[in-house]
Design a protein around this ligand. Structure first.
Ligand code: ZN
Length: 192
């Protein structure tokens, strides 16, 4: 028997997560650059974020295409990169006018080593103003202890950053991630 897929969330009908998707508005533009290796690894989690925020762009950024600037089309100096570095501004300490000027967020979904490498390979990436967190709230640590959420950290970062910049409650996003992953795992098709 052919497997049937939900027309909305594109998961198998038996796994459909449509009823779990929270209605959240994302005023910021968001681009997630993925290292091609990470793209295979974290596919599911990123797909889930796109269910909630369909406008989030996921772009694979390889290590060997340095001359190609089209990856960065539409990203200007009002975009900020979430990246912990010495020159990063602490998000919690940004002034309101500064926050209001932030047009979009860029995130690198990769291991720290790979993210650092991509940053050094692509000047357009390293030229962006950088933001980091002063501290991570406890509520997020709790969620991280849930099973099979190894790829959640960059999403947690995204949720927390949107919360700080545009004062929205992104807890429903994190709860959705946990519930949806649990359902996808429990309802996974058997292998035969
Ligand atoms: Zn569905």
């Amino acid at each position: 028997m052919a497997r049937e897929y939900c027309a909305q969330c594109h998961y198998l009908k038996m796994q459909c997560i449509c009823d779990l998707i929270p209605k959240l508005i994302q005023p910021l533009k968001i681009v997630i650059f993925q290292h091609p290796k990470e793209a295979k690894h974290a596919k599911n989690t990123i797909k889930l974020v796109q269910q909630v925020w369909p406008d989030v762009s996921i772009i694979e950024l390889p290590e060997d295409d340095r001359e190609n600037t089209t990856y960065f089309d539409g990203i200007n100096e009002n975009w900020h990169l979430l990246y912990p570095g010495e020159s990063s501004s602490v998000l919690e300490e940004l002034s309101e006018p500064h926050k209001q000027n932030i047009e979009g967020l860029v995130l690198i979904d990769a291991t720290w080593r790979k993210a650092f490498k991509l940053l050094n390979l692509y000047p357009r990436l390293s030229a962006l103003p950088k933001l980091c967190f002063g501290q991570i709230p406890h509520s997020l640590y709790k969620i991280r202890k849930a099973p099979s959420l190894e790829a959640l950290s960059s999403l947690e970062a995204l949720a927390y950053a949107s919360q700080l910049i545009s004062s929205q409650d992104t807890k429903p996003l994190l709860e959705f991630m946990v519930e949806a992953q649990a359902r996808l795992w429990q309802q996974r098709p058997s292998k035969h």
